[in-house]
Design a protein around this ligand. Sequence first.
Ligand SMILES: [Zn+2]
Length: 411
Amino acid sequence: MLLRAHCVYPVVGLPIEDGYVRIIDGQIVDVGLWSECVDRNEYQDLGEVLLMPGLVNAHCHLEYTNLAGAIPPPESFTEWIQAIIEKKAGIDDSSFRQSWLEGARQALAYGTTTIGNIDTRCDMLPSLWELTPLRIVSFIESILFENDRDASEFVGKLKEWLSENKPPHGKIGVSPHAPYTTKPDFLQECGVLLNIPMTMHIAESSEENQMFRDGRGDMWEMFCETGRDVSDCGGRSPLDGAIEAGLLDKQMLLVHGNYLDSHDIAAIAKSKTNVVHCPRSHDYFRHRVFPAHDMKYSGVNLCLGTDSLATMRDSESKLELFSEMRLFRDNNPGWSSSNIIEMVTINPAKALGMEGEIGCLNTGAKADLIGLPFDTTINSVEEMIIEHRGPVELVMVEGQSFNEVNRASCI
Ligand SMILES: [Zn+2]
């Protein structure tokens, strides 16, 4: 397959005006200038289109897609936890499936071809994977904080499931949920799950920060009431448990990190751990300013994610990364557009262990591509990408196009 477009933006190189991408067996074999393209038999001219790699969403909860606007911005994070627990209790299996699949469809329609998703239903997951062409890294959410539950038995069962199940286009991973929902011996057990992508919500809220640093506050009280042993709280960072369990490394994606301090950031940078920032979710909770600048200059691999539609101020929000890029740009003046685009392409590709395979148009990469309308009123290609609104014109995963599906169902 040979595609010609007004502009080809490989991300790993400068935009190519009047460029082409050649695909064989779902893989990119060549990218370049149309004028230098040999063997032009049977090509498809996409016309006024900007062709670029499919976007990579490093953090999402597909299952909450139908909860867009269902929980108004709360007064506190603990209030939100209680609200989401109540909402989840009212969701039956069929609504769960529908919401998860709608999220996957929406992500693709709006230009995301790979997603790092938090998955909670191992019983349904294999059948859901089969129903979407989206490339998925499914992180199995693992919560264990009760004193009387056996951590090694839990991890043993998890390991067994992980060895038997894998998404057709992606990978399987684990998500020890967050410091407050995981007890220390459980985190230690997770530390022996080697060579597997991991993700963990960390230092998301001021209540979590207070629970671990000061050993008090609303979240601390809430978990005391559940009988959680809180002897790991007070005088330490929310990150310390993960550090002690040896969980910080290049396969770990720490999500949020709004309340990390300079010591935490130094430890993250040193261990080559990745961080995922979710701008719209951050705005919904009105967290303190995200330390993007400190992370960048410490050398942290920073990615963007959507989190779920349950944490969006606008109930019409979609599961897409263009709005995340725009909000990040508005909150972080001085960042270059190309650096922002890297946070939804090559940075998350690296974090998910797929560097060179996705997030770039390069020889040898998977043919995961999207096409945006080429807007002649914007001079910079990078700005054009960040300013894009609405579904994309073309979506391809491993050389397979899904245009018709998207157009028919998302307008
Ligand atoms: Zn999340």
